[in-house]
Ligand binder design. Structure first.
Ligand SMILES: *[C@@H]1O[C@H](CO)[C@@H](O)[C@H](O)[C@H]1NC(C)=O
Ligand SMILES: *[C@@H]1O[C@H](CO)[C@@H](O)[C@H](O)[C@H]1NC(C)=O
Ligand SMILES: *[C@@H]1O[C@H](CO)[C@@H](O)[C@H](O)[C@H]1NC(C)=O
Ligand SMILES: *[C@@H]1O[C@H](CO)[C@@H](O)[C@H](O)[C@H]1NC(C)=O
Ligand SMILES: *[C@@H]1O[C@H](CO)[C@@H](O)[C@H](O)[C@H]1NC(C)=O
Ligand SMILES: *[C@@H]1O[C@H](CO)[C@@H](O)[C@H](O)[C@H]1NC(C)=O
Ligand SMILES: *[C@@H]1O[C@H](CO)[C@@H](O)[C@H](O)[C@H]1NC(C)=O
Length: 441
């Protein structure tokens, strides 16, 4: 554990939480968020879920056939029941259509003439990231997006300090989205200080017998007069050796309180009851976490009165208040749907936009500033400050349960875009092996 405290640049605006959240529609049944996404009635959702399964199967067969010089990747659209194939050299079309592997899926394929190949875009992406690192460019997300056949730059603070980088991006013809300063960095003024962990002073109430802790439940670190605490969402349960841990975002440790170095840098997390900003009892400590490279952390469960359940809270749905977790799924098809549950914005669904994106933010150590880039995936999912750590999942046809596909770590409010880590990033130990995800038996 690096003994530095990071000043994380937040992508969320507290003040917007309530105004935007107030506009969200209540959710009345399990498929309501998917019905909203696709603009259909709930009864039509299972049919579309089956259509998506079919599109994903076909896309998995298609992907190895698309070489990176002649093609610009492919993505699905469930409503249209199509796989869109970005193609540079249209004379390669027949090779795809005539391939025997795809003979059952020909009707799904739709070719789009594009000007940039996967190779070109990947090359642009790598060059821009290298340039950004060399020039200490910061406060941006760079993303390779098949749907627009381009690299997209989301630039905070209007890229004020990144002139060279912006010019370089313009030379490469990338799409630039300038984002407002105040919209994205509410905690720019927060300061860092090592603080004594106050665990011994505050004797947390353990009398709340039988409280069920679920994915997306609210969590809080300690609060005091000088520092605002962080609200985050509970992720999912994992098993490391014999220890059960609750996942969340690593940046939830901001403002500690940490134990003074060189001691343990762990941070206590408290359970935040529904509709309350008054955390009452201890979940446990996050002692293993990172904000550099990956934004993830693991909380040990130290309160016997807390019943940790492998399920996701879906309290807006009177019939399915909990969505049991049955496992996890790899996810790679651009355009495939996914849903998230967060403490602030609850369950909403969107689609995968990019599995090749990087977020670079300025990190302030106690005695200096560093630049830090994290590999992320992007989806057009609504998220707000406080949703960080919430699980990203997909419904499983024919089962009551859901499969985990990732964990929310950030969001671009103005664009309704979320950044997340796919599940394997969260499960991966330092040595590369994977922890177990805990599912319902
Ligand atoms: C397009 O593909 C065809 C068939 O492989 C090839 O003959 C032709 O040279 C290619 N055109 C370009 C511009 O790459
Ligand atoms: C993109 O480029 C990186 C590094 O240059 C390489 O490792 C990766 O395989 C490339 N991916 C594709 C899809 O070409
Ligand atoms: C980037 O930051 C490093 C370390 O802080 C510094 O040594 C270097 O000069 C900076 N580079 C530029 C182009 O500002
Ligand atoms: C906290 O309490 C434990 C056990 O009661 C004690 O050993 C430890 O020294 C205390 N730590 C602080 C910082 O007071
Ligand atoms: C998992 O267990 C190993 C071995 O006990 C330990 O080194 C590692 O820090 C643990 N990881 C987490 C996230 O707790
Ligand atoms: C920052 O502080 C750490 C620990 O206190 C020290 O090891 C490091 O050299 C300092 N860095 C600078 C640039 O002063
Ligand atoms: C973001 O989502 C909210 C709530 O659904 C909606 O009102 C708003 O128009 C969306 N903004 C954009 C840019 O899509």
């Amino acid at each position: 554990m690096k003994r530095v405290i990071y000043f994380f640049q937040f992508l969320f605006l507290t003040l917007q939480i309530y105004s935007v959240y107030g506009q969200l529609q209540p959710i009345y049944s399990k498929f309501k968020p998917l019905a909203d996404l696709w603009g259909v009635t709930e009864s039509e959702v299972p049919k579309l879920l089956a259509a998506e399964d079919n599109l994903v199967t076909a896309n998995n067969l298609l992907t190895p056939l698309l070489n990176e010089k002649d093609f610009g990747g492919s993505y699905i659209n469930v409503k249209a029941n199509k796989i869109y194939i970005n193609i540079m050299n249209i004379s390669k079309k027949n090779e795809i259509i005539k391939n025997p592997k795809l003979k059952n899926y020909k009707d799904l394929l739709e070719f789009k003439q594009v000007s940039k190949s996967l190779y070109d875009l990947n090359d642009t992406f790598s060059k821009l990231i290298n340039f950004a690192v060399q020039h200490n460019a910061t406060d941006f997300i760079l993303s390779h997006e098949y749907k627009v056949n381009n690299i997209v730059l989301y630039c905070y603070n209007k890229c004020q300090k990144n002139n060279d980088f912006i010019n370089q991006a313009k030379n490469f013809g990338v799409i630039i989205n300038y984002l407002e300063n105040g919209d994205l960095f509410p905690s720019l003024d927060s300061k860092f200080k090592y603080r004594q962990n106050k665990r011994n002073n505050t004797n947390k109430d353990k009398r709340n017998l039988g409280i069920r802790l679920l994915g997306r439940d609210g969590m809080h670190n300690e609060n005091d007069e000088e520092f605002n605490s962080m609200i985050c969402s509970a992720g999912f349960l994992v098993r490391n050796e014999s220890q059960i841990l609750l996942t969340s975002a690593g940046h939830c440790t901001i403002n500690g309180p940490f134990v003074e170095p060189p001691d343990d840098m762990s941070v206590d997390f408290l359970y935040l009851p529904w509709n309350s900003h008054n955390p009452v009892f201890l979940i446990g400590r996050m002692s293993k976490y990172s904000t550099a490279e990956f934004d993830k952390g693991y909380i040990s469960l130290e309160n016997d009165q807390l019943i940790a359940v492998p399920a996701i809270r879906n309290s807006d749905d009177p019939d399915f208040r909990e969505l049991p977790i049955v496992g996890y799924l790899p996810l790679s098809t651009i355009g495939a749907y996914l849903c998230k549950s967060g403490y602030i914005t609850h369950v909403t669904c969107g689609v995968l936009d990019s599995h090749q994106a990087v977020q670079c933010v300025r990190i302030q150590e106690l005695n200096g500033t560093e630049y830090n880039c994290v590999d992320i995936w992007l989806a057009n999912l609504i998220a707000r400050k406080g949703d960080s750590g919430g699980p990203v999942f997909k419904f499983v046809l024919g089962e009551e349960g859901v499969s985990i596909v990732g964990m929310i770590i950030a969001g671009i409010i103005a664009e309704n875009i979320s950044a997340f880590h796919p599940t394997d990033v969260i499960l991966r130990r330092d040595d590369g092996s994977l922890m177990d995800l805990i599912a319902v038996p």
